[in-house]
Design a protein around this ligand. Structure first.
Ligand SMILES: *[C@@H]1O[C@H](CO)[C@@H](O)[C@H](O)[C@H]1NC(C)=O
Ligand SMILES: *[C@@H]1O[C@H](CO)[C@@H](O)[C@H](O)[C@H]1NC(C)=O
Length: 512
């Protein structure tokens, strides 16, 4: 705390220039906003004038941070019934269409929101725009309306299949995994076939269900003369991404692709007394069990709940279960339920030995940071990929929710509670934290960098916006093939001529 205050004071005195920054977060995903919010707050604390368009205004107003609340008219955050999520391949293929639908809803309601409309009328000027890149591209029309100040895109999970276009990130489906698929490296032949087809299919999904509808809505709000939304996003200087290669896997990165995974992680705070006491008094440690904010305890299937209770009874560890109901029927002594828990502070308590999670990136990141082994039961979206990556990097194991039984739970628990597994998780944590600069500082640095230089087009490689035939060298390959064909044809003709000559001479010799 003292260090933070000192930093703020130093920042205030050594201040070169304060920038006017617009944060554009039209998608109504609380977990997305949680990963961006620390950056916005830190920028405001450094003295920049930050305006934030989102569904999540600050509860207590902060200096330099002006909220424009566009929430209220539409709510996509319901309770997820696990029985609807079959986890089938087909469902995974179609997830981008669901995302597109949710984005469309956010576009329709957000763009016509009264506060947003009033904001457009004020005609403010900004030095920089930071916008979430997910499924609400329609809002990028605003960038054009505000006279195209430098643009930074920010993304809360691993790259979506079509987002490689933004910075022309190398995205060879031979080894770059699809956001929605539970693949792990190395891919088998048929997985590479599937990965390639999906790569192409998801680009079409983006075009058809996000880009084109987005453009139609954007035009009706920002005027018919705005450029294509794709072109606006190709103008981005930097893409901040909430991942880190130690836990998500290594891949080639262009200079503007900046990994800031762990940005939301702070120093652990003191736990509520009753929770701390429960953890302190567990001589064998604690298993923390939470399936995030969208999957509620009361929608958790009863047969599965019984399996977990029976499995837990076979271990000496105590269990902290995030359960959104006042009571749990026949709750055993070794289980404590709470409706809300300070997850990160719990995970960083040295007595917490395992985390049973759904594989959302925020929870996974917190667990990796604290060095707690994970048991991941992925349900939708990027959770399958996150789970596979965490398993591959030694941070946890996957528990198949669909084929759950007491034995599979017991086996997963046995694996991660083993001291050797704990050691692996601690090693992963050490790798994850070992960076030149902490993630939040990295993000601040690049935001100020882009503002300082009035945009950073020099970070973009020449591949950005390059036509596909050029990028894939199709023209060059065609050209070289034609030359090769001509050369081969010429040598064939010459060889044939020579051969005939020799043949004729031989004939003559014979006849003579
Ligand atoms: C890209 O940015 C430049 C410089 O700010 C601007 O002049 C141009 O109009 C932008 N292009 C698009 C498509 O937004
Ligand atoms: C839990 O243990 C820690 C370390 O031994 C101690 O500082 C803290 O006061 C304990 N908290 C409670 C509520 O017992």
């Amino acid at each position: 705390m003292a260090a933070t205050i000192l930093l703020v004071i130093i920042a205030l005195f050594t201040f070169a220039s304060a920038y006017k920054i617009l944060g554009l977060f039209p998608y109504e995903g609380k977990s997305h906003f949680i990963s961006f919010e620390p950056l916005l707050k830190a920028l405001a604390a450094k003295g920049h004038e930050v305006t934030v368009i989102s569904h999540f205004p600050q509860k207590t107003p902060l200096p330099n941070l002006n909220d424009i609340d566009i929430g209220g008219s539409f709510s996509s955050t319901g309770v997820i019934n696990l029985d609807y999520l079959t986890g089938s391949r087909f469902q995974k293929y179609l997830t981008p269409i669901v995302l597109a639908y949710l984005g469309y809803q956010s576009c329709v309601s957000g763009l016509s929101n009264k506060n947003f409309q009033n904001f457009i009328k004020t005609d403010s000027k900004f030095d920089l725009i930071i916008s979430e890149a997910f499924n609400t591209e329609c809002f990028l029309g605003l960038v054009n309306k505000l006279k195209s100040p430098p643009l930074i895109l920010i993304h809360s999970c691993i790259l979506l299949p079509w987002q490689d276009d933004i910075l022309a990130m190398p995205s060879n489906p031979a080894y770059i995994l699809n956001h929605f698929m539970p693949f792990s490296i190395p891919l088998s032949f048929f997985e590479r076939v599937e990965n390639t087809i999906l790569y192409i299919f998801h680009h079409f999904v983006f075009k058809l269900f996000i880009d084109i509808p987005g453009k139609i809505i954007a035009r009706s709000h920002f005027g018919s003369d705005i450029p294509s939304l794709t072109d606006i996003s190709l103008n981005a200087s930097v893409l901040l991404i909430n991942t880190h290669f130690t836990s998500s896997g290594a891949q080639p990165m262009v200079p503007g692709y900046i990994e800031v995974g762990g940005m939301h992680v702070e120093t652990p705070k003191a736990l509520p007394k009753h929770i701390e006491k429960w953890i302190n008094e567990s001589t064998h440690g604690v298993i923390y069990f939470s399936l995030g904010s969208m999957i509620k305890g009361h929608s958790f299937p009863e047969d599965k709940r019984q399996m977990f209770i029976r499995a837990f009874s076979r271990f000496p560890q105590r269990v902290l279960w995030k359960w959104e109901a006042d009571t749990m029927p026949e709750k055993p002594e070794n289980i404590m339920i709470e409706k809300w828990m300070p997850q990160f502070d719990i995970l960083c308590h040295p007595n917490v030995k395992a985390f049973i999670a759904h594989g959302g990136l925020l929870g996974v990141t917190e667990s990796v940071h604290c060095g707690v082994p994970l048991i991941v039961m992925p349900q939708f979206g990027d959770q399958f990929t996150n789970a596979k990556a965490i398993e591959a990097n030694g941070g946890g194991v996957i528990l198949e929710y669909r084929s759950l039984d007491e034995e599979s739970i017991v086996n997963a628990l046995k694996t991660v509670l083993d001291p050797s597994f704990n050691k692996k998780a601690k090693e992963l944590s050490a790798r994850f934290r070992d960076r030149p600069m902490p993630p939040l500082e990295t993000a601040i640095y690049w935001v100020e960098y882009v503002a300082r230089h009035g945009g950073a087009p020099h970070l973009r490689t020449a591949a950005v916006g390059m036509p596909l035939y050029q990028y894939l060298l199709l023209d060059v390959i065609t050209f070289l093939s034609v030359i090769l064909f001509i050369l081969m044809y010429i040598s064939f003709v010459i060889t044939r001529a020579i051969y005939r000559k020799i043949f004729k001479i031989k004939e003559k010799v014979k006849q003579n």
